[in-house]
Design a protein around this ligand. Structure first.
Ligand code: SF4
Length: 68
């Protein structure tokens, strides 16, 4: 699987970080607001369920996953 995020629409809620901290971090941008950072865009299979939970619960629905 390959993760992508629409950074234009990410508002830094940190739900993704809460659900799967192995893959998602939230950091302050140089403009001074929080935004997601994908630590590993091709996660190992054992993290699939956690990634999919983050996808489901992202309030802005900006995380998408493509199968490779
Ligand atoms: S939960 Fe969604 S909107 Fe919030 S930081 Fe994560 S990717 Fe961005």
């Amino acid at each position: 699987m390959k993760i992508s995020v629409d950074l234009e629409l990410c508002q830094g809620h940190s739900v993704c970080l809460g659900e799967c901290p192995e893959i998602f971090d939230v950091r302050e941008t140089k403009e001074g607001y929080p935004q997601v950072v994908v630590l590993l865009d091709s996660p190992p299979a054992e993290l699939r369920d956690k990634v999919m939970t983050a996808v489901r619960f992202c309030p802005n629905h900006v995380i998408s996953v493509a199968e490779e």
